[in-house]
Design a protein around this ligand. Structure first.
Ligand code: SAH
Ligand code: SF4
Length: 340
């Protein structure tokens, strides 16, 4: 069976040639999939009944299912999306009260090989890369379910997008042209895969690059992120400076605050010094306890102190709001629970 979701207008046009249908049909189908987010060919009501029957013999709109859905009282919706091979990933829809934005947080892999010590996804190990269709299916699943249009995308779900870069870039292209979501409204978050960062630096991509830094030196960072032993913070800083030089774009530094570990004033000062000469904004993420370990959430007071010390360096610092605290909305939590 051909899957229509994920096909570009050009691909649908060549399918129409094979079916000896007009090119106008291709535009209609494309519109039903991406603008109206239908889930079946029968919903494409401006196609004749005969043509719909013919199309149904060879194609479906989607083969992806929503296995589980949780709605938080803050409006966050978390989906567990299931693919035909039985693998599932998490996709989260976040709404922000004061803006019309609807942000989808998408996964790029089933599981993750990077194995950061604080992350539920990493604990489950790596299963496989997602295809570009499986990445965009997550956004379509949200749109079909809510009948709303997603306006922003962040690659901050499960998996390491720069270890599945070809498929992520293919999906980005479709988000751009078929969903009409501008590249500036898309953020790719990485644990610091240097070859991927270099590749992005050479492309003229308008998207934002976010770096999960989480610590300002080798000792602390390697305790949290084994990837530090492969791509060290010194090399990473060099790559980030080159990225900024080549693209002119400001990056986002993500920093998880863990009580007593990397949230002290001394560490804040060290971080401020490290990033002083990098064009960046900083996003502080209070640690979310999702798995059994010794890490603790920071106190509000310590978060504000840390923020203040960083702001001293002249950078813009934001604190990520905890979304969906009453559901399993932290990275890897829902999939982990269902899999048990
Ligand atoms: N693999 C990429 C993108 C997915 S993870 C990366 O690591 O950047 C997306 C974000 O969720 C990362 O910044 C990650 O550090 C954060 N995250 C993972 N587990 C978390 C937890 N328990 N509490 C708070 N943030 C977490
Ligand atoms: Fe992978 Fe990102 Fe989780 Fe680290 S934080 S294990 S890189 S998904």
């Amino acid at each position: 069976m051909i899957m229509l979701a994920g096909m570009s207008l050009k691909e649908i046009e060549s399918l129409m040639v094979k079916l000896k249908a007009t090119q106008f049909r291709a535009k209609q189908i494309h519109n039903w999939i991406y603008a109206k987010s239908v889930s079946s060919i029968d919903d494409m009501t401006n196609l004749s009944k005969d043509f719909r029957e013919e199309l149904k013999q060879i194609a479906v709109v989607t083969d992806t299912k929503i296995k589980c859905k949780q709605i938080s009282c803050d409006g966050t919706i978390k989906y567990l999306v299931e693919f035909p091979d039985g693998n599932c990933v998490e996709t989260v829809l976040m709404r922000f009260d004061n803006r019309a934005n609807l942000t989808a947080c998408v996964s790029s892999q089933v599981g993750c090989a990077v194995n950061c010590s604080f992350c539920a996804t990493g604990k489950g190990g790596f299963v496989r890369n997602l295809t570009s269709s499986e990445i965009i299916e997550q956004v379509l699943a949200i749109q079909r379910d809510t009948q709303l249009k997603v306006t922003n995308i962040v690659f901050m779900g499960q998996g390491e997008p720069l270890l599945n870069l070809d498929n992520v870039l293919k999906a980005l292209e479709i988000f751009n042209t078929d969903f009409q979501i501008g590249a500036r409204r898309i953020t790719i978050s990485t644990s610091g895969i240097i070859p991927g960062i270099n590749k992005l630096a050479d492309m003229d991509l308008q998207s934002t690059l976010a770096i999960s830094l989480h610590a300002p030196n080798h000792e602390l960072r390697s305790e949290l992120m084994p990837i530090e032993n492969k791509y060290s913070i010194t090399e990473l800083k060099k790559a980030l400076k080159e990225y900024v030089e080549k693209t002119g774009r400001r990056i986002t530094v993500e920093y998880i605050l863990i009580h007593g570990f990397n949230d002290t004033p001394a560490v804040a000062k060290e971080l401020a010094y490290l990033i002083k000469d990098i064009k960046c904004n900083i996003n502080l993420i209070p640690y979310n306890s999702v798995i059994e370990n010794d890490y603790k959430k920071p106190s509000n007071n310590d978060v504000m102190k840390f923020k203040y010390l960083l702001e001293h360096s002249g950078k813009k610092v934001t604190v990520r709001l905890e979304r969906g605290a009453d559901i399993d909305a932290a990275c890897g939590q829902l999939r982990g629970r269902i899999a048990q």
